[in-house]
Design a protein around this ligand. Sequence first.
Ligand code: ADP
Ligand code: GN1
Ligand code: MG
Length: 365
Amino acid sequence: MNSLFAVAEQFKPSDKIIDIKEFGNGNINKTFLVTLNTEEEKHFILQRINTHVFHQPELIMLNMRISTEHARRRLQHFPLSANRRWEVLHVLLTQDAQDHWVDSEGSFWRAISFIDNSQSFDTVKDIEQARETGCALGIFHTLLSDLPSGQLTDTFKGFHITPHYLAHYNEVLVKHGAGKSPDLNYCLQFIRERCGLAPVLENAKAQGKLRIHTIHGDPKVNNIMIDTASGQAVSFIDLDTIKPGLVHYDIGDCLRSGCNPLGEETGQWEAVHFDTDLCRAILQGYLSMANEFFTGNDFKYLYDSIRLLPFELGLRFFTDYLEGNVYFKVRYPEHNLARALVQFRLAESIELQETAIRNIIKDLR
Ligand code: ADP
Ligand code: GN1
Ligand code: MG
């Protein structure tokens, strides 16, 4: 690999860079924190984009620039209530004004501004943080709700199109088979019994019941930065998957991540459960910010999206396990199987609490 310093100095003068270290624990890209010796800017984030996953990284950068510039403009004209701190990421340019740099080995690098005095969490730690998590997604959607969807490219066809994942799963199952074990049987049966659920959001979209918005695509809780002093959410990061889509995929994804107190990497999958108090708080926070565009039909599909997203992610992890771990980074061969079990158990817990969740949604309308 090219020296990290050689990469970082494409974005900032070399005499200002004092340290570079690996940062974060994402499943796709590689992230580094670069430290500078300047007063005005102490750090920036350097990332190597996984081009096996993102085939058109130049278009991702374009989407990122269009959406962050739009959100920044909107924020200037419609500041958030009570002077709430909210920061929109800046894409940093190279010394010759490009939004990325490709090294001699073909690796694709980009740099973004650092959100100071904040941290991200892998799980939501209390009700207040849950509310802030929801607020963050609501702010994100609202700032982009008037961005004409034609301005963004769908760089990632099939991403968050659940029937597409099911079709791919069926192909992989035929090609690779699944073997036999109680865990495998649980997953196979789980999918078999719920495959009819897969098109629920896509059908609603096709029937014109749900409208296309700009979505984040990956709004799990560790992509939200929380102010270290106030505990308020201050930014959404990890903007590679921004695309035109249904906000329901984002809401379901945020809830499957935020309402699982054991976290998606837990080894105790049988103990996983969906916490309805956290769910109420996240939805409250979301709706307090998103009321400008959220409609009656949007409410009608909320429960379906909450149930669908852990199923979809479990299906993605399980398919990747069967296929030989070609998509998500893994630390051991059964890692994606373990992750799938967590998501399926979470979906089961949601189903068992359907009435309670539907009542929460009804109360919030
Ligand atoms: P990944 O694709 O690895 O999930 P992320 O963009 O989410 O990449 O970055 C990984 C972690 O690095 C985040 O969870 C966050 O803690 C930290 N991080 C990323 N971008 C920023 C930023 N702009 N400012 C501050 N911290 C950041
Ligand atoms: C991946 O890169 P990361 O860890 O933020 C994935 C998401 C999944 C998530 C599950 C582009 O996100 O869709 O929900 O893992 N991103 C992509 O942890 O596939
Ligand atoms: Mg991330």
